[in-house]
Design a protein around this ligand. Structure first.
Ligand code: 0X9
Ligand code: ZN
Length: 424
């Protein structure tokens, strides 16, 4: 159903949070009750698993099935019997036995009392309005070294809101973190928020953190796709794209991370089908969010320089470098990027033993055109550009239990710390 976000956001959000607690989701909230999610080894010939997915009209969580990889497949109750028959003998593992139940558990948001910023924030996921309040409260607690910033507006007019953090004076080179460009990747929101929280709350007590914050201006944007994120909390937890329509199609959404105006026309790294999860848009930069973020990055680069940019996603536990658009093009600073990525994943692992792989996007995950990292590296010219896929590797995927938020964020900070200590 369609409705005006601006008029209905607050009551809907409140009701989603309380409905989840009461076990009565709103009728417009897509039910995943009885849906199962399976992780299926694809084997050497991807056409077999692709064939099953297409025949039964199923969706996958991490792109089309690829040879030698796993396919994470969402199966509605109506297709379960047929699916089980098709995958007999294939060593499938169940990720979610009841996706609806997993979502209900995950969506039991802790009440947030405005004003009280402390680490309990990271014990649960939160409604969008509370994320904005958290940023305002954090800023209010450190009024002389932070300010609320926006990098433009979403299609539906939601400001892309962030917090700017500085130490001895503002105007130093920027370190920029983006979260939640893909609406359903909720742990990325919390992880990016943790960066801001950690920098501000430890500035006074840690000389190391003081050193970071005195050297750079940190710009932390937890939700760069607010329309999509809101939609995951009001209508469909599994929404990925923005909420843009496309003429000639009834399908909604452009993938903001396939829409950046660089190497956008290269084929094979995005879809031209408006119904696809990775729809690239009709023209480069035609997603208002992509255009706004690109313009903001340009201005920020011109004003103060950009030292580091990281785009946080989930899931797969990867720490990646340019490029996504080509598996043969090599970034000018590739040797240094790989050394830094290697160090970052070692630092991540040292905290709780979590294993990340690293490497260029195209050879590490898949070919992706019009993605943020390629644009920020080659067009903006940030000194260092990375993108992370956070936890996990396929037990829970996008619906990661809340008790993994703080560990995910904590180890992620260790990766950032390594970069801040080792970038030239
Ligand atoms: O498909 C994507 O955009 C990323 N995977 S995800 O499941 N989070 O959607 C991988 C591409 C990585 N590129 C950038 N993050 N820039
Ligand atoms: Zn993503």
């Amino acid at each position: 159903m369609k409705y005006s976000l601006s008029l209905s956001v607050v009551p809907l959000l409140l009701s989603v949070a309380s409905a989840a607690v009461a076990g009565r989701p709103k009728p417009e909230f897509k039910s995943y009750d009885g849906y199962k999610v399976f992780r299926v080894p694809v084997g050497s010939d991807a056409s077999k698993v692709s064939g099953i997915v297409n025949k039964l009209g199923l969706t996958t969580w991490k792109g089309a099935p690829r040879a030698g990889a796993f396919a994470d497949i969402v199966v509605p109750p109506t297709e379960l019997a047929a699916f089980s028959k098709e995958i007999a003998g294939m060593d499938a593992v169940t990720m979610h036995d009841d996706l609806g139940a997993s979502i209900a558990e995950e969506s039991t948001f802790q009440t947030y009392a405005a004003g009280a910023v402390n680490s309990t924030w990271f014990n649960s996921y939160h409604a969008y309005a509370d994320h904005l309040q958290f940023l305002r409260d954090l800023q209010a607690q450190y009024p002389t070294q932070s300010e609320i910033v926006t990098s433009g507006k979403s299609l539906n007019g939601n400001p892309i809101t962030g917090i700017r953090i500085w130490g001895t004076g503002k105007g130093k080179p920027a370190v920029v973190f983006h979260g939640t460009v893909h609406a359903r990747e909720w742990v990325s929101t919390m992880t990016v928020e943790y960066m801001a929280y950690n920098l501000l709350t430890n500035y006074a007590s840690s000389s190391e953190i003081k050193g970071f914050v005195d050297k750079y201006d940190f710009y932390v944007f937890p939700v760069v796709n607010p329309d999509g994120f809101l939609y995951t909390q009001t209508n469909d937890r599994m929404w990925r794209k923005n909420r843009q329509s496309t003429s000639g199609s009834t399908c909604i959404g452009h993938d903001i991370n396939r829409n950046w105006p660089y190497q956008w026309s290269v084929s094979g790294g995005a879809s031209t089908n408006p119904c696809a999860q990775d729809f690239k848009g009709l023209a480069q930069g035609d997603a208002p969010e992509t255009a706004a973020l690109a313009a903001w990055l340009k201005t920020t680069k011109a004003n103060q320089g950009i030292k580091l940019f990281i785009d946080y996603h989930s899931y797969s536990q990867l720490f990646m470098t340019p490029y996504g658009y080509s598996c043969t093009a090599v970034a000018t600073k590739n040797t240094e990027f790989q050394a830094l990525a290697k160090g970052a994943v070692a630092a991540i692992k040292a905290v709780y033993g979590t294993t990340y792989d690293y490497g260029p996007i195209c050879t590490t995950i898949y070919k992706a055109t019009g993605s943020s990292v390629d644009y920020v590296n080659d067009v903006i010219g940030a000194d260092y550009t990375f993108t992370a896929e956070l936890r996990d590797t396929g037990n829970y995927g996008f619906v990661l239990p809340a008790n993994q938020i703080l560990p995910t964020a904590t180890e992620s900070f260790a990766g950032v710390r390594y970069l801040l200590l080792n970038m030239k």
